[in-house]
Design a protein around this ligand. Structure first.
Ligand code: BES
Ligand code: MN
Ligand code: ZN
Length: 506
């Protein structure tokens, strides 16, 4: 989909469909809808008065203009109650409207962001509108051989603005949103791809291709290289699979030569069967998404490069399958991590923290300004926070505050859980320095406490995305399936951080 911003009057705009908004409980059209109404003999006013157009949030009414103005149809998008309107709702509104237009088989859509006075900067509105439309239109079709599932692509999306002084701001917002949404698509594609076509080495190849296109540094380590570094925890998990593990490292250097990087670490289990502590068959297929954290950091560093952010970022993805093969690691085994600490394996299904342990130790080599890891780590997090909220833990208040601010701005909800020190004893082992599971109760927190032992002294935060990574039903602008969660959050975090570091000192 090609996105453009043009100036001009909505009433003179030609084409198949124009999106205008209407707030619930408004008795008359406002903004662009009002202008169109004036040119259409009060048709919209009448529909509102008769109760045919209600403005109910996410509703869509398609009206034919019958030659009264050049555009053939007006789509009145319901904006809900005016005093409850948010940019998050605007994302949903544009997703619904764009999907409606796709269902009508119209390849070109135009929209006005003039809803009458409303208090949001036009740039932010353009960002939310483009993001909502693109994210809502996402489909994963490479494995569909029929045409039915692919038809109706919208090829052109135009924002029409009548105030020429807002054009620049709108263009910037739309462009930023497009870059970020493309990165979310990239993450969703990686996660949606079934594990037979998304092995650790294929993930590494895909990462290398993304890196080449975005101008990122890329280094992929094989098992022999990991062995040299003593990454016995990561290699232990990999033993049960015939597929070789990979450690993927991507580097973006948009900052100064000596600026310490933000290091993003993403869990890259391309399939999690549980290993010898095997999972139940029911819904095991969903475990192709156990590399969603890895996909999120690959897509985020791509977005950082495409946005040319003035900072340094490193993305690290430990990638392996977790399978119960004949050489698989077993409950009771003790693994020596790269940090030197030893771990007794109580459950081979708690594999994420093992591969992240070595990746976090490796991350120290980059002298990070901050480390954020992101992982589909615990089922317990889904019990605690549900399907839509990621767990946030960490050792640094400022870092957690910045992540929460990015969460508010993007609508990728996070909620903090405490890394409560009294629970640390739950990880005590009789034979090794620690064991890899605590109790069932508080399972997300003990997983966080386990990771903390490998995070070193850098400011560190951990995001558990077990809930939101793969959705079993549609949300307003996130179709069911792989959500790409974390990409918008982390990219916003990096954008905010580069803005903050560029404030000139007085
Ligand atoms: N990948 C899973 C966590 C998960 C579960 C993600 C459901 C998404 C949806 C992880 O590797 C795992 O199996 N965790 C175990 C830990 C337990 C053995 C301590 C779990 O949550 O059951
Ligand atoms: Mn597991
Ligand atoms: Zn897992």
């Amino acid at each position: 989909m090609n996105i453009t911003v043009t100036s001009g009057s909505f009433a003179e705009f030609p084409g198949e469909v124009l999106i205008a908004g209407h707030f619930q409980d408004n008795t008359a059209p406002e903004g662009a809808a009002r202008l169109l109404d004036e040119h259409c003999g009060g048709m919209i006013s009448e529909l509102i008065q008769r109760g045919d157009v209600t403005g109910k949030l996410y509703s869509c009414s398609v009206i034919y203009t019958r030659g009264m103005i050049p555009v053939r149809r007006i789509l009145i998008a319901g904006l809900g109650k005016k005093d409850e309107f948010t940019l998050e709702k605007l994302r949903g509104v544009f997703s619904k409207a764009a999907r409606e237009i796709r269902d009508l088989n119209i390849p070109l859509a135009a929209a006005s962001l003039d809803f009458g006075g409303m208090g949001f900067p036009r740039g932010d509105m353009a960002h939310a509108a483009v993001e909502g439309a693109l994210l809502g239109l996402y489909r994963f079709t490479p494995y569909k051989t029929g045409e039915e599932d692919k038809k109706g692509e919208i090829t052109e999306f135009i924002i029409v603005e009548n105030r020429s002084e807002s054009l620049e701001e709108i263009r910037n917002g739309a462009r930023t949103a497009e870059i970020i949404s493309r990165a979310v698509y990239c993450a969703r594609d990686l996660v949606s791809t079934p594990s037979n076509d998304m092995t650790p080495s294929i993930l590494a190849e895909r990462a290398a291709a993304i890196a080449a296109e975005a101008g990122l540094g890329c280094d992929v380590m094989d098992e022999a290289a990991m062995e040299k570094l003593g990454m016995r925890a990561l290699l232990g998990v990999a033993r049960g699979s015939a597929e070789e593990a990979r450690l993927i490292i991507l580097e973006y250097r948009g900052g100064g030569e000596n600026d310490r990087p933000v290091v993003l670490v993403g869990k890259g289990i391309t399939f999690d069967s549980g290993g010898i502590s095997i999972k139940p068959a029911d819904r095991m297929d969903e475990m192709k998404s156990d590399m969603a954290g890895g996909a999120a950091v690959i897509a985020t560093i791509k977005a950082a490069a495409d946005l040319k952010l003035p900072l340094n970022v490193t993305a690290i993805v430990p990638a392996t399958e977790n399978l119960p093969g004949g050489r698989a690691y077993k409950p009771g085994d003790v693994l020596k991590t790269m940090s030197g600490q030893t771990v007794e394996v109580k459950n081979t299904d708690a594999e994420g923290r093992l591969i992240l342990a070595d990746a976090l130790t490796f991350a120290q080599r980059y002298n990070p300004a901050a480390i954020i890891d992101i992982a589909t780590l615990t089922g317990a997090c889904v019990i605690a926070l549900g399907d839509y909220i990621a767990g946030l833990m960490g050792t640094d208040e400022d870092l957690k505050t910045s992540i929460s601010a990015a969460s508010d701005a993007t609508g990728e909800t996070v909620w903090e859980l405490p890394l409560w020190h009294d629970y640390e004893e739950l990880l005590k082992s009789d034979v090794a320095d620690m064991k890899n599971v605590g109790t069932r109760a508080g399972g997300t927190i003990t997983a966080g406490l386990f990771l903390k032992k490998f995070a070193g002294d850098s400011p560190w935060a951990h995001l558990d995305i077990a809930g939101p990574a793969l959705l079993s039903k549609d949300r307003p602008y996130i179709p069911k399936g792989a959500s790409g969660v974390g990409v918008r959050l982390l990219t916003q975090f990096l954008m905010d951080r580069s803005r903050a570091s560029h404030v000139p000192h007085p």
